[in-house]
Design a protein around this ligand. Structure first.
Ligand code: NAP
Length: 501
């Protein structure tokens, strides 16, 4: 964008996690200088700042879990630990001059659109006016607390995994954990080593794929330092592997899904010899229906002598601990809630109001949907990064943000050059896009008869059901025919996505 006749918009980015940092860098590269980043917390990092539980790591290989433009030779493990990832984002944010742009400890309370501008009010009582707002508020950041009778009566220490209380020493204690998702699998593997006893309250068993972790030596790190080309190769190799093992398997089914299913079932058979325990750990739904857990340590942890797997179902919680169906009392010192998140809240509870006073709660009252995941009809010049249907089965969320970031920047460019006077997808385009998504869901594993955070209030999966490559291809160029026609230029409609694919 070097042409001096293009407009230089003011942009507010909400959130300085992985996506917010990325967007800030991309905006600067595009020559957009009037950028304000608001962050509710006191440092960057988002999910990796918030999740500090023992065992926290990323189950996507580290060399793939990086921005494409900046690999990291310093990864110490194949599955990078939370502190390494946090350090990576802090470093990138500082090196690219993003941190100094962020207004910390300032969240957005209200965000209203009027006559082509966004008016924001922050938690500090400050008012801002912007041409564009980009919500980089993440998907999994509103902890879900279980609705179990008596929860608040528990007298011991109790906390959600995303709000880990590091002042509580678990060594030698009677610990209970509710949940067996990706988070719990990591926590259990770690705390079972030191807790006096650990009771796992499992409502639904999970399919688990073992991929061994690996430590990177100083020699391996040294080979990568200053060699972005080599790091690119590694990133692409892992991306190819994940696409062809998980992503295609869970979205398209076929032989890949059969192979994946065979692998995880064999792993369970080989790891758990006790038939009664194995039966408790065997899911009755399709492999990949819930997000596949990657762990080479969970089954071992469950079989430690101090660990007990309780599947009776929780009746209520008392001052002393958990009471399961049938009346068994589990006395506990500490209760950990590994009960996941509310993924459909997105940027809410922010008071977000678009054109003609349309509130986000009204817009989403029937269904939480977007056009191409990032555009919301009725909310001009507003983008929701990693919005509905963004996740691609077990794939790197960084890669998703990069594709969406480029798409958003292209739309902003259309505004800067006057091709669009405001960027607002039409309702009709949103409906068409969501019908298209629905058509693809039938072949996926997510409709395989399980409950998961992937499903919306209607029980429909909110993911991208086609291939990764198709997504990248369809996000490559905005189709201006899908945007409101208050534009001064004639638009040539593109081929429908199905025909182009
Ligand atoms: P989750 O997958 O939603 O799991 C929540 C667990 O809590 C489930 O086992 C669920 O049981 C259980 N639960 C919830 N309410 C309950 C209740 N009232 N009574 C009993 N059990 C209850 O949450 P998560 O483990 O935090 O993971 C969420 C997502 O975060 C993952 O799928 C992944 O995308 C991401 N994550 C990624 C990594 C990584 O390494 N990249 C690590 C951690 C998390 P049911 O299964 O019966 O519902």
């Amino acid at each position: 964008m070097r042409n001096s006749s293009v407009k230089n918009p003011s942009v507010v980015v909400i959130g300085a996690g992985m996506t917010g940092i990325l967007i800030a860098i991309k905006l600067r590269e595009a020559g957009i200088s009037d950028v304000t980043i608001l962050e509710k917390a006191d440092k960057v990092g988002g999910t990796w700042r918030e999740n500090t539980y023992p065992g926290v790591a990323c189950d996507i290989p580290a060399h793939m879990y990086t921005y494409a433009f900046q690999g990291n030779p310093e990864w110490r493990h194949r599955f990078a630990h939370g502190d390494e990832i946090q350090a990576y984002f802090e470093k990138i944010s500082a090196d690219y001059g993003v941190t100094s742009q962020v207004r910390f400890n300032e969240s957005v309370d209200a965000c209203h659109y009027r006559d082509g501008k966004w008016y924001l009010t922050t938690s500090r009582g400050n008012d801002l006016v912007a041409d564009f707002v980009i919500a980089a508020t993440g998907i999994l950041h509103h902890p879900a607390y279980p609705d179990i009778p008596g929860l608040d009566s528990f007298a011991g220490a109790m906390f959600h995994t995303a709000r880990w209380d590091h002042a509580v020493d678990l060594r030698g204690k009677r610990v209970g954990i509710i949940g067996t998702g990706s988070t719990a699998a990591q926590v259990i593997s770690e705390i079972s080593k030191t807790a006096g006893s650990l009771t796992i309250f499992q409502r639904t068993p999970q399919w688990i794929l073992d991929v061994a972790d690996k430590d990177y030596s100083e020699k391996e790190q040294a080979r990568l330092r200053g060699n972005q080309g080599l790091m690119d190769k590694l990133r692409k190799r892992y991306a190819w592997l994940i696409r062809n093992t998980f992503t295609e398997a869970v979205s398209a089914g076929g032989w890949r899904h059969a192979l994946l299913s065979w692998r995880v079932k064999r792993y369970l058979r080989r790891s758990v010899k006790d038939p009664a325990l194995r039966a408790k750990l065997t899911p009755d739904y399709k492999v990949g229906c819930k997000r596949l857990i990657v762990s080479s340590t969970f089954y071992q942890a469950v079989q430690r002598p101090n660990v007990r797997l309780e599947t009776a179902g929780i009746e209520r919680i008392s001052e002393q601990g958990v009471i399961t169906r049938g009346g068994t009392r589990h006395e506990l010192d500490v209760l950990i809630l590994a009960t996941g998140f509310h993924p459909f809240n997105f940027m809410r509870p922010m008071d977000l109001t678009g054109r003609d006073g349309l509130s986000i709660d009204t817009a989403w009252s029937r269904k939480v949907q977007a056009y191409r995941s990032v555009c919301l009809p009725g909310f001009p010049n507003f983008f929701l990064m990693l919005g509905p249907n963004s996740p691609v089965g077990n794939y790197s969320v960084i890669a998703m943000s990069e594709v969406q970031g480029d798409y958003v920047l292209k739309l902003i460019d259309r505004w800067r050059t006057g091709q669009l006077q405001s960027v607002e997808a039409t309702e009709e385009a949103k409906v068409r896009f969501n019908d298209y998504l629905k058509q693809g869901m039938g072949t996926t594993a997510w409709v395989g008869g399980c409950q998961s955070w992937y499903l919306d209030a209607d029980g429909e999966p909110a993911l991208w059901p086609y291939s990764w490559n198709r997504w990248v291809r369809e996000m490559a160029e905005p189709d201006l025919a899908d945007f409101r026609r208050d534009t001064p230029v004639e638009i040539e409609p593109r081929q429908p996505a199905e025909k182009a694919a």
